[in-house]
Design a protein around this ligand. Sequence first.
Ligand code: ADP
Ligand code: 5GP
Length: 212
Amino acid sequence: MKKTAQNAAGGRRGMVFVISAPSGTGKTTLINAVRSRFPFLEQSVSCTTRRPRTGEKNGRDYFFLTDEEFQSRIDGDYFFEWAEVYGHRYGTPKEGIVRRVAAGNYVICSLDVQGALAVKDLLPDDAVLIFVLPPSIMALKQRLTGRALDDNAAIERRLDEARTEIRRYVHYDYVVVNDELEHAAALLGSILSAEIHCSKRWNAEIIENMIS
Ligand code: ADP
Ligand code: 5GP
């Protein structure tokens, strides 16, 4: 059989891309855009106690749980990390990230800052943290208003929280401004490509096998 170094994941270690951004910045939109360009990316689906928004599907966007169901998963050690964000609980199942990366897969997920830092702590060499910024606070307000999911008081609260979250960008490996969607998606794609093709991610055994 011909020996090659080809393979989306086979020659390289698995890894996880964690995307964080204040609510309304566009991380869901960007993740969808980048997943259509990188179909091998697997999305880690979190659990949440918040209600589904219009168009969201259980099992695709989140696993929507009651408080009791969420608590019993905490008690059963089901989550790798969980946090309270905007008054609801969100948790990452252990199998969502850790087991997939260990199996050599590429994972993308959207987590808040504390979740992102927990992933980096656990997988320092295999996690890339990307912070997405809105072009301005005014643009963020317009996106939150345009999305029409929150009332004015909730939007003001989210904007205050956004200012606090944005200051934590320093913990991230990359920052992408989501100004024009196509441009931001292309930038995100470039970051993913560069990280995936980084030489330190290649498995020496595979290379040796190819040249022997
Ligand atoms: P998040 O997941 O960060 O809460 P969404 O992906 O739901 O944000 O996006 C919030 C709103 O902003 C949506 O209505 C989306 O269509 C819009 N949006 C996303 N990216 C852009 C962009 N680059 N320019 C203008 N509107 C955008
Ligand atoms: P939303 O309700 O807008 O979908 O998400 C609210 C926030 O929760 C976002 O910042 C999102 O990244 C974060 N989030 C979603 N799932 C998880 C998770 O499993 N763990 C943590 N820590 N944050 C999450």
